[in-house]
Design a protein around this ligand. Sequence first.
Ligand code: HDE
Length: 756
Amino acid sequence: PNPLKKAVHKVTETVRGDGEGPPEGVPGRPGSEPPTVEEPTEPREPLPPKPDQSGPATISPTGAPTGADRARAAQSGAHLTDAQGVRRPDTDHSLKAGPRGPVLLQDHHLREKVMHFDHERIPERVVHARGAAAHGVFQSYGTAASVTKAAFLAEGAETPVFVRFSTVLGSRGSADTVRDTRGFATKFYTEEGVFDLVGNNIPVFFIQDAIKFPDVIHAGKPHPDREIPQAQSAHDTFWDFVTLHTEATHHTLWNMSDRGIPRSYRTMEGFGVHTFRLVAADGGTTLVKFHWKPKLGVHSLVWEEAQIAAGVDPDYHRRDLADAIEAGAHPQWELGIQTFPDTPDQTFEGIDLLDPTNLVPEELAPVQPIGLLTLNRNPSNFFAETEQVAFHVGHLVPGIDITDDPLLAGRLFSYLDTQITRLGGPNFPQLPINRPHAPVNDMLRDGMHQTAVHRGVAPYRPNSLDGGCPFTAGADMGAYVETPVLVPEATKVREAPESFADHYGQARRFWLSMTPVERDHIIGAYTFELGKCWEQAIKERALQVLAHIDPELCAGVAEGLGLPAPEPTEPLADVEPSPALSQLGRTWPTDGRIVGIVTGPDGDLDGVRAVREAVVEAGMVPLVVAPTGGTLEGGDGAGALTVQRTFATARSIEFDALLLAGAPGVAADAYGGKDAKAGLADGTTPGHDPRVSLLLHEAFRHGKAIGAWKGAEAVLEAAGVPAGAPGVVVADSGTTALAEVTRLLGAHRVWERFTR
Ligand code: HDE
């Protein structure tokens, strides 16, 4: 059974079904007790705490009680106290010498309240500042058990996880849909300790050596003088760097492809990027690359949608993830591995596995599924969880080890270091979201924000005073023992290996693997980004780089920039395409896709009722769009139809497909009371509602399926949407139109619309 199917029914009935308000079950939300508008005068029963809102540590990581009372967690009782637990009679007025007199310095309640507020913000992450996260569970298939002894990868093991998705360049308040790489970081709370898989949605990286990380990030971040542009790579410093530093070519090409603008976090792949080393129970080792494969398929926005969303709904991805989970449409990914023999040269089919600008085509090394990730719970407090979660590539468990990838080496240093600034000290593992679920028995003591009250007097080894505890365990008792890898005799140098020198071959493979429409999008993206650069020399240098990927790409971008296309200075790499890199050509489930049904008070409301039902049946989300909010009544069917979006609040980016309920309802209302057909017939501009035209026209331009019935052709025509165009279905009834629209949605978009 498909859990998403059931879930989406819930979406439609709750988040989506009762107007634009939030879901039921919460006071003040539809479906609950009527909201209390007045401020209560007596304490009422507060909302029950959410499962992870247990407040400051009541037990230390060692299991010892701290003395903190759970009931004293903030906002858990009826009466206000200060931070010291003293009840306060008034928190709305400062202490003054008379109502019109000066505020007194002795007002320590004012002082405490404002002092705390002044320090509410912590530094945002230097990269990946903007993110959204969710809790979930990882269920292991056991298929990796022969290559790793990691307990959470044993057959049937279930492990709680917390996953944070992010953009890289933007600040905390920046838009979700910018063109950028996305972070995909997973914390597995395993019974052997925490394992963090800190990956991205792009399988390769800009640099081969961690020492270049400050350079690439300084280049990508806003210009230091004016601090613009925000969350963009479309500016001179970024292109200056990536065209001089040609090992960035492959990653940049991925960013310029549709991978740089995912439709949703739910439709993104994830990659561990580096090659890791798995260790089996018998000590045997295997090199692996980790992949996350989304069950809903890989799906991206088109660039104009991404741009519109950045203004209309900057929280587009954050909202999408939270809404889906709240509604029970729990997103899922399969974790998979590509495996390679752990040979001394650490290459596979001539590909250097230590070079993070390389991927290994799935045709050469298939991705083998090893487990299923399901995200099923939203954080209950953004700051406590999403903001304070601290990932680290060095959080490893027995059975998973690192390789000598020089980028990974630098990350092993960086992720601990950065938390000291961000979270204010070395005790961040004690924050509730970071606490291991395995028992902790360390000898780390004191430090800023220590919340544990440690027992014992001898946090050192050896000791006799604490009975010699803690004792160390060996590998046979689950200890993490580093793999005894042979380090070849070598001379200390600041050099990259010769095998890291090819900067174009893998980029060319990616380009050759794209379908024509994907290539067009790439050309469009380069043309846009380079077109935003000021320096002519940077544009010319960028074209020189593109000439080494492919002449078609170079010529397309050169044409857009109005510059000559240069010739490559060396022969193009002779590589085979990898069809698995393309996002097209597959059919995906349509679960959770959002179908807008545009209608009006005089529309075919029975038709709308039937189609709404059918959308729900198909596991998708229907949103009724009408001129005004409230409900629509009429037709033979019983019950009022709730309007979820009005012509004022609907924008095409929200919908995966549109259905246009037949005239006269739409025509009469959407056309400002005039008859659309009449308007068209006499050659005058129809008095249409421009918002409906925009809705339809954008959906058409963005390759979305459009279905219409019963005389809605005039509305389509007024919007410039030809009735016979690919993916524009005019049928006798809504349900017939929907059947075809659903089929089209399996391909995500009507790709034929994107003609050259
Ligand atoms: Fe990161 N990266 N990174 N990175 N990274 C951080 O750690 C860094 C790299 C990635 O949701 C920081 O806690 C260096 C590759 C994700 O909290 C910081 C280098 C990949 C996240 C840091 C890299 C990533 C980060 C900033 C080059 C994909 C967000 C805040 C050697 C495999 C995690 C923090 C979250 C975050 C350093 C390269 C993924 C500064 C030095 C390659 C998903 O430590």
